[in-house]
Design a protein around this ligand. Structure first.
Ligand code: G3P
Length: 215
């Protein structure tokens, strides 16, 4: 399973990349806006840190401008993946740029039908948002199981990026279901490390060592 980091914060990307935990990065307009920095500059810094797929999202709503932006962004680096929203214009833009060899991550996927359309249009990745489904009392992870079953029936060259991850259980369930990728916010990545018994166990090891041999 691949881990992507769902952030535009270069310090946090570097921090987890130094541990060998980052296979790629996903950004979106909200995450870029949160950093308050120039979009292209941030993306250029990220590609220098992580040698893997780096998603940068178009900000247009019409297919012509989406295609234009996709072509511009993909020139930044060979690892750039273009995030395109799941709309009719987005599907059309995906169909056009995918034929030209540009990788698309179709975002804002909330149903299996949308994922199927995205895969058919040529999206290299689909990003179902599990946390936002949980927020409206739908079980987000059920969507991952459904998309996994559909993609396994055919030979689409399309990977599932579990997005809108809110807690470690989302990551574990994604792994159990065979999702290809989890894109994980830094705070959830931190939580994956934690277990109180690890802390208690380590404290006891250190105490016992000190009482036998001193500091
Ligand atoms: O990258 C898109 C997705 O992960 C957003 O997550 O927490 O804003 O629903 P969230």
């Amino acid at each position: 399973m691949k881990f992507f980091l769902d952030t535009a914060n270069v310090d946090k990307i570097r921090y987890f990349a130094d541990m060998g935990l980052v296979d790629g990065v996903t950004t979106n307009p909200s995450l870029i806006a949160k950093e308050g920095r120039d979009f292209k500059k941030v993306i250029k810094e990220i590609v220098e840190i992580v040698d893997g797929p780096i998603s940068a999202e178009v900000t247009a709503l019409d297919s012509d401008t989406m295609v234009k932006q996709a072509k511009e962004l993909s020139k930044i680096h060979k690892n750039i993946v273009i995030k395109i929203p799941m709309t009719k214009d987005g599907i059309k833009a995906t169909h056009i740029v995918a034929k030209e060899g540009i990788s698309v991550n179709m975002t804002l996927i909330f149903s299996a039908a949308q994922a199927l359309l995205a895969a058919k249009a040529g999206a290299r990745y689909v990003s179902p948002f599990v946390g936002r489904l949980d927020d409206i009392s739908h079980i987000g992870m059920d969507l991952i199981a459904s998309i996994r079953a559909i993609l396994d029936n055919y030979d689409f060259d399309c990977e599932i990026i579990v997005a809108s991850i809110r807690n470690p259980l989302h990551v574990v369930e994604a792994a159990e279901m065979g999702a290809d990728i989890a894109t994980i916010p830094p705070d959830v990545m931190d939580k994956l490390f934690n277990h109180p018994l690890t802390d208690i166990g380590l404290e006891k090891f250190m105490k016992d060592w000190e009482s036998a041999f001193g500091k």
